[in-house]
Design a protein around this ligand. Structure first.
Ligand code: ZN
Ligand code: ZN
Length: 884
């Protein structure tokens, strides 16, 4: 305690004399640095390619400007910010931009609720969030800010749209669309989750028929799939989700001729037949109507086991059959209702299966057998061909249906090895048997083939005979981009009575979104009610034309925004190709896993289109992807309705931005969910306070030139401190390069500080003339720079640093100093163990004796006694003989 007075004096001098003790006050430190940083506009600016440094593009997903940062944002951006600052310190030319995904429905809802125009609402929100981001201290290159609702950005959405239109990649067609009655607009398939709107979890999505604009993402389906194999630095779960979404399946189409009912033997009213229990024997003289049913199947190897055909209620042939049979027509309409209800409640996969026999038959082209044709409510018109062959012995759904309606089951595949078949039990009891690795039986000339081989041979056979072919299908659908809303990019298309659909000429871009508009939730696109917007001139014939009033899905905005960051001021092209070539692919992208299929598939598609337009060379936009966990509170996602929202502003006001952001990195590994505990923030704040007080005590000495002949660190202490310091540097460096366990990185700095605190007085005293003490303090401050930038900047300044700390080189771990180089020596006083003292491994007797004498426990044990003799056994033990 003896030195307290002098350090207080030193600290008072360093902080301007206002406070009698050293107190960490982020509310004073942070705004001061924020002002200084704001004045240095090039502080975080990316350098040109000519800088000669290696480039590093780190990006966090841009936010929707709701007006308020939430803790999820803080966590996301704190990860990216720590990385950006670290990479600068590693000598990289870093691009670390930020922008605003500023179009979208909430602005319109707010406009209706508060009578504020969407533009005003959005602009105010952006300003508020930018203020918050700057308060947290994020290192963004604001010179390249992108705001998607501004014409200088969305004109390029329009430009891209026209390029795609010219290449047939943007097209218009009537289709069944997903309609959210709350959004009053169309949703993409990707925006329908369990039959409900992605924004309105309680709202069932309806089906409507509408003319819509589509982008032909399916042209790139195979490439999008293949590319996933190369994205090794993406989380496996994201790649799996994309693979499933793209849903490639190899299969075959087979045509089943429809038998002419007039010539069919038997009576369709016959109960047995109506039940369809038996496959009727082949008829040599069966005639067909000339129409055929094309069936899509992924299991053509089981076609000899087909015992009926199932059609979707909306299949063209069903309409034909129903037109001639009013009873059937009525039954079909019931099936259709069931299907619609199941679709709307989002559980079409769980629908209770119902079907109706049509009274008609089709011929299996492989064996000439007659199969009853049914209409079933679980067959969807838009998947495959809207018709399936039913193989109940080898398909779950077919099995369930056949069991219900008493349709025959015929086994045509068996396990390769008989022991797998469980020969003791009846084959029927193990049905349906669906294994891929199997052998064919009861399949004519294809018997005993393995199923893989059979699939190829049978599809080829069908093609050769002209009744089928191998096919490739994808689950991925074209991207419906039309929205009947106001706050989005106007689709730059015109309708002329003479010329049809005509693109707006490039020189007339942007098609500006008008401001003077009344927004309502009903009655289609608000733009349609504005004659001065709708009425236009056809660029081809000069006659009157009608402007498209739909706007683009906002996922268009986020599909390419990160290219714009490389040259956000470019007014002649979407971005400068040379700049994009330099910066792309993005080295590290960070965001929530909820974007695994929407944004992250669309942006991969957009990149491929831009490559094909010759704008870029890269095939993929993102080299490495990280998806951070959620921030939860009391076990649940933070939400207003649960009342468990923690505001970043509150936390910053109470503990400072450094403590808030550092806690968000410290409380959990970044890929896991983080349960927010205010105690934890307080704990991090106390830690930062300890660092502050320690460094401030040493600061006056650090600012002086190093003196010769002053106090040195004790020979027994210096190696321990060096060992811990270099282990800590090594650990944090490893973590940044590897698994991003910032929680353990920060814990390592805390441990280092604990050790430092044990020797605090000695270190502070040695700063005057011991380079090792100075090194320790300098490195401690540098290690904090990526995590607590305000405190690091303040302390860097206090210890005499004049440069920007985040451009200082990152400390290097010295392997030579990372080896344990000290040993513990027991110290006896008159033969009794009194202390254990750490000394260098190879310490000679005089160093050992010095270390022992300096130990407080030893000093206590020998105080007021006369030392007779000190026996030193090098590397082993010290014994002190005393008298009195
Ligand atoms: Zn909705
Ligand atoms: Zn025209």
């Amino acid at each position: 305690m003896s030195s307290t007075k002098s350090t207080e004096t030193a600290a008072t001098a360093a902080t301007g004399g206002a406070s009698p003790e050293i107190r960490y006050n982020p509310a004073e430190i942070e705004p001061r640095w924020q002002q200084l940083w704001a004045a240095q506009t090039d502080l975080y600016a990316a350098e040109p390619a000519s800088s000669g440094k290696p480039k590093y593009y780190v990006l966090e997903m841009l936010p929707y400007p709701s007006g308020q940062l939430h803790m999820g944002h803080v966590r996301n951006y704190s990860i990216g910010d720590a990385l950006a600052r670290y990479m600068w310190m590693q000598g990289y030319n870093v691009l670390h931009p930020m922008g605003w995904d500023a179009f979208g429905l909430p602005a319109e809802n707010a406009a209706i609720k508060n009578n504020t125009p969407p533009r005003e609402w959005t602009t105010a929100n952006i300003a508020a969030m930018k203020r918050q981001m700057n308060r947290v201290g994020y290192s963004y290159d604001w010179a390249n800010e992108v705001t998607t609702c501004l014409p200088d950005y969305y004109r390029w959405n329009q430009w891209f749209f026209i390029r795609m239109f010219e290449r047939g990649l943007a097209y218009r067609k009537k289709s069944k669309v997903n309609w959210c009655p709350k959004c009053c607009t169309v949703l993409a398939n990707e925006q329908v989750i369990n039959g409900r709107c992605w924004r309105h979890e309680d709202t069932i999505v309806e089906q409507r028929d509408l003319e819509q604009w589509f982008l032909r993402i399916t042209n790139y389906a195979q490439e999008l799939l293949d590319g996933l194999d190369k994205l090794e630095n993406w989380p496996e779960k994201v790649r799996t989700m994309q693979r499933n979404w793209i849903g490639r399946s190899e299969g075959a189409e087979v045509d089943f001729a429809v038998e002419d009912a007039a010539h069919a033997p038997g009576d369709e009213q016959e109960p047995e037949r109506r039940k369809g229990t038996a496959v009727l024997p082949a008829l040599e003289d069966a005639t067909t109507t000339g129409s055929k049913i094309t069936v899509f199947t992924t299991r053509i190897d089981t076609i000899y086991g087909a015992t009926s055909i199932q059609l979707a209620p909306e299949h063209a042939l069903v309409k034909e059959f129903a037109a001639a049979n009013s009873e059937l027509a009525e039954q079909v309409s019931t099936l259709l209702d069931q299907q619609r209800q199941a679709r709307e409640s989002g559980d079409i996969g769980e629908i209770e299966k119902h079907g109706v026999f049509t009274g008609h038959y089709a011929i299996n082209p492989f064996n000439g057998e007659r199969l009853s044709i049914w209409v079933a409510n679980y067959i969807l018109a838009e998947y495959g061909t809207g018709a399936i062959m039913s193989v109940p012995a080898h398909d779950e759904r077919d099995y369930e249906f056949a069991k219900k309606y008493g349709i025959e089951m015929r086994i045509v595949i068996l396990p390769r090895r008989i022991e797998e078949a469980d020969g003791e039990t009846e084959p029927e009891s193990t049905l349906p048997y669906t294994a891929e690795d199997s052998l064919l039986i009861n399949s004519g000339e294809f018997n005993s083939l393995g199923n893989q081989e059979a699939q190829q041979k049978m599809a080829a056979f069908a093609e050769e005979k002209g009744f089928g072919k191998p096919t490739l299908t994808f689950r991925l659908r074209d991207w419906g981009v039309s929205r009947q809303r106001y706050w989005g990019t106007p689709i730059p298309m015109l309708y002329c009575e003479k010329d049809g659909i005509v693109a707006v000429p490039d020189e007339q871009l942007p098609v500006l979104l008008p401001d003077n508009i009344e927004i309502t939730q009903e009655g289609g696109s608000p733009l349609a009610k504005l004659p001065e917007f709708v009425n236009a001139t056809c660029p081809k014939c000069g006659g009157p034309a009608r402007r498209e009033t739909d706007t683009m899905d906002t996922f268009v905005d986020s599909s390419w925004y990160f290219y714009r960051y490389t040259s956000a001021k470019d007014d002649r092209s979407p971005f400068d190709s040379a700049a994009a070539k330099y910066w792309f692919p993005i080295d590290q992208y960070i965001g929530g896993v909820e974007h695994a299929i929407l944004h992250l598939i669309y942006s991969r598609f957009w990149t491929k289109v831009m490559r094909d337009l010759g704008l870029i060379k890269n095939d993929e936009p993102v080299e490495r992807l990280f998806t951070q966990g959620m921030v939860i509170k009391n076990g649940a996602k933070m939400s207003k309705s649960k009342g468990n929202v923690v505001s970043p502003d509150d936390m910053i006001a109470r503990y400072g931005a450094d403590a808030t952001r550092m806690y968000s990195l410290f409380a959990a590994p970044p890929d896991r969910d983080l349960d927010w505990q205010e105690d934890g923030v307080a704990g991090v704040s106390r830690f930062l306070g300890r660092v502050y007080r320690f460094v401030m005590k040493a600061a006056p000495g650090m600012r002086q030139p190093i003196a010769v002949g002053g106090k040195q660190l004790n020979a027994s202490v210096a190696p321990i401190l060096e060992l811990k310091l270099h282990q800590t540097i090594h650990k944090i460096t490893q973590d940044f390069a590897g698994r991003w366990h910032f929680n353990t990185s920060i814990a390592a700095v805390m441990e280092l500080l604990n050790l430092v605190t044990e020797h605090e007085e000695a270190i502070v005293a040695a700063v005057e003339s011991d380079a090792r003490a100075r090194d320790l303090i300098t490195n401690l401050v540098l290690l904090l720079a990526p995590f607590a930038p305000y405190l690091a900047a303040e302390l860097w300044n206090e210890i005499g640093g004049t440069s920007v700390i985040n451009k200082e080189p990152w400390p290097k771990a010295d392997p030579g100093k990372m080896v344990e180089s000290t040993i513990e020596i027991p110290v006896q006083v008159n033969g009794k163990l009194r202390a254990v003292v750490r000394v260098p491994k190879d310490a000679d007797p005089s160093v050992m004796e010095e270390a022992v004498k300096a130990d407080p426990k030893v000093q206590a044990a020998v105080s007021s006694k006369e030392t007779v003799k000190i026996i030193v056994v090098p590397g082993k033990l010290v014994n002190i003989v005393v008298k009195g």
